[in-house]
Design a protein around this ligand. Structure first.
Ligand code: PPE
Length: 307
């Protein structure tokens, strides 16, 4: 399904019509995948639309850029303000936000330095990432035959376009076999993450998730879920997770801005726990949605109201 058009896209400091936000085919990014980006959700609340952890997402965008020696020609607060303005101008109550900074049209060779850095912010209305029923019913997934990026090849802490070639292999393989998603192992053979989600498991009331040493993107939803789980009295440990421990876990779930908290009910056709959304997963979803929808106290200052 094509994404629904919004009115305007923020393009290097100006608003242009959705259909006019175009780049040259010889832009560096087209040939070498040289872009850093973010995916942020803005939720509908009683006080109007609110962005979830806007500052942390913008910070991660600048961190990704730093790793790739990319100088974004705006201050972080300027970009935050531009994101809020883009939501306002498009009059959206809830949306997905996609800021991208990329190497544009200049010289065309691997060395990116002569190419200008261009910045775009697009927003649009987006539904549930892994299908409309995924949050309640859960999804069936497989382990990917592809590994996640080896640490000394492509840095996984940077959210860059090129990393998503690996993610596409994982996703296409899973979908070709009728699964909603794939889970990749790191090159040591430990659980890493999904093509666009972090992963958690619950065993005997304790919660585990792969550490940043397992070639994961350090997810902002992952961090939020760790905070919420600890507040609810659970211990959460980030450590290497062997593949088979997911099969025998009581509950497994994905986290991500797009995926939010999605239960995993089967892996490789092995039923996880009771084969439906687990109790702790449900508790975390309830706590998460209460905060993002402005129904619970925002004690960590995670919401930025658009108005
Ligand atoms: N790992 C990967 C590889 C990843 O792409 C994401 C986000 C996460 C973990 C979770 O990170 P966070 O959103 O900060 O909790 N994936 C984004 C893009 C998905 C897409 O299809 O594109 C997202 O969720 O917005």
């Amino acid at each position: 399904m094509p994404i629904p058009k919004s009115d305007k896209i923020w393009f290097n400091g100006n608003f242009v019509g959705w259909d006019d936000a175009k780049i040259h085919v010889l832009s560096h990014v087209v040939h070498y995948g040289s872009s850093v980006f973010e995916g942020i959700r803005c939720y509908h609340t009683e006080r109007g639309p609110a962005c979830f952890r806007l500052r942390d997402h913008v910070k991660r965008l600048y961190d990704s850029a730093k790793i790739y020696r990319m100088e974004i020609p705006y201050m972080q607060d300027e970009l935050e303000a531009a994101i809020l303005e883009t939501i306002r101008i498009n009059k959206l109550q809830a949306c997905y936000i996609r800021p991208v900074a990329f190497r544009g049209f200049g010289e065309l060779a691997v060395n990116p330095m002569p190419c200008p850095i261009e910045v775009v912010i697009a927003v649009w209305e987006w539904g549930k990432y892994l299908g409309p029923e995924a949050l309640e019913k859960g999804v069936s997934v497989r382990f990917a035959s592809w590994n996640r990026l080896a640490p000394n090849t492509m840095p996984s802490l940077a959210k860059v376009a090129a990393n998503y070639m690996n993610a596409q292999l994982i996703k296409m393989e899973a979908m070709a076999d009728g699964y909603a998603e794939g889970i990749a192992l790191d090159t040591q053979g430990y659980v890493s993450e999904g093509s666009g989600e972090n992963i958690f498991m619950v065993k005997n009331g304790q919660i585990y998730t792969p550490s940043t040493g397992s070639s994961i993107l350090p997810g902002i939803t992952r961090h939020s879920v760790i905070s919420l789980a600890r507040e609810l009295g659970h211990t959460v440990t980030a450590r290497p997770i062997p593949r088979e421990s997911l099969y025998i876990a009581d509950e497994v779930f994905f986290t991500g801005s797009a995926a939010e908290i999605t239960p995993i009910t089967a892996i490789d056709h092995i039923k996880i726990g009771c084969g439906s959304r687990g109790e702790i997963t449900k508790k975390l979803q309830d706590a998460f949605f209460a905060v993002v929808e402005g129904r619970a106290e925002d004690k960590w200052g995670w919401l930025t109201y658009v108005e």
